[in-house]
Design a protein around this ligand. Structure first.
Ligand code: P6P
Length: 341
């Protein structure tokens, strides 16, 4: 078995950039700053359980109330790690209503980053894997000026890099810069993200479906027809699907990316736009999945082609193995053509 190259995240990004003469090294510096923030967040997430058990807070208050909520902590860690590197002109976070400007005394860069600092954080008390999701674009507004909302409201096809960090039994940094999907596992002993999965290709066929079936009665008919179709797979002599849904998007997506699966958070009769956010949840996951050979749609169009109108805009999402997304798209289209609701 060929030994894994001692390939760090930073070296991998730099080598990737060197293959593109126009690259300036700014993107690799930006991703390295994010990787540092991820290491700090990973430390805090992994001791979160202790806050309740041992009262270990790092603050005076043993009750733990004084300890910042982990998602605020993650948000603050990312902002403070990245607002002075000189590579960003703007940030946007799930935790902030408005765009986040770069402090006046810092150099303004050519990139914009949108992120969900700690998606699924409501699961932390149950020790469920959670994650940071990020999306990086090039600014459209003039260099040297403060970034604008329009810099953030670009369709997903404009992303130059995207990915997530999943804080689970290991901390894994998964990213794409448009040249394949690569994963790096944090080795806490050396404090480095080391290449663990190069050029991830998601299986064309799914054997896992991930959705909150508690919302079944509110689903539109096309989705009900699709779920029934896959649940009857063995009647057709096909391999039955497994239902796997942990309620943490990064954990569900990471498992499905590696094993093959489809993740669905649909529009339904209560939520006409679904629940998940376009700019810092659906777009980055869609970019990553398409780079890994999968697909991501809102039910009608590519997620990456949706023109955003609002910073925290929600969209329905069907994302996963190509053949599975093709199939659900067919059921949704047929139900609409037959006027079924
Ligand atoms: P529901 C977590 O709150 C989250 O934003 C995603 O990580 C997850 O996929 C989804 O919501 C779960 O939502 O409605 O099924 O609990």
């Amino acid at each position: 078995m060929e030994p894994k190259r001692f390939m760090t995240l930073q070296r991998h990004i730099l080598e990737g950039e060197r293959q593109h003469p126009e690259a300036t090294g700014e993107l690799s510096a930006l991703l390295s700053e994010l990787a540092l923030a991820a290491k700090v967040i990973s430390l805090e997430v992994n001791k979160a359980g202790l806050i309740d058990i041992l009262g270990f807070t790092g603050d005076t208050n043993v009750q733990g109330e004084a300890v910042k909520k982990l998602d605020i902590y993650a948000h603050n860690t990312i902002v403070s790690a990245m607002d002075h590197g000189g590579h960003l002109c703007l940030m946007a976070s799930e935790e902030e209503e408005d765009i986040i400007h770069i402090p006046k005394h810092h150099k303004l860069g050519k990139y914009v980053m949108m992120f969900d600092p700690l998606d699924g954080s409501s699961n932390i008390d149950a020790n469920v894997s959670i994650g940071t999701i990020f999306s990086i674009l090039k600014r459209k507004s003039p260099e040297g000026t403060p970034g604008t909302l329009e810099d953030a409201l670009q369709p997903g096809v404009e992303q130059v890099a995207a990915g997530y960090i999943v804080y689970g039994s290991s901390t894994i940094f998964v990213y794409t810069a448009g040249h394949g999907v690569h994963a790096f596992t944090l080795d806490p002993a050396v404090g480095e993200f080391l290449l663990s999965h190069e050029n991830i290709h998601t299986p064309e066929d799914a054997r896992i479906y991930s959705t909150n079936e508690g919302n079944y009665k509110y689903w539109h008919k096309g989705l009900k027809n699709y779920i029934k179709y896959i649940q009857d797979a063995d009647d057709r002599g096909a391999t039955p699907y497994s239902a796997r849904y942990i309620g943490s998007m990064v954990a569900d997506i990471h498992r499905n990316l590696l094993y093959g699966g489809i993740f669905i958070y649909p529009a339904d009769k209560r939520h006409p736009n679904g629940k998940l956010r376009l700019l810092y949840e659906c777009n980055p996951m869609a970019f990553l999945y398409e780079q890994a050979g999968g697909r991501a749609i809102d039910g009608k169009q590519r997620i990456l082609e949706i023109q955003p109108h609002k910073l925290h805009q929600r969209v329905p999402i069907y994302i996963g193995s190509k053949n599975a997304v093709d199939m659900v798209e067919k059921f949704l289209r047929e139900a609409e053509e037959e006027g079924e609701d």
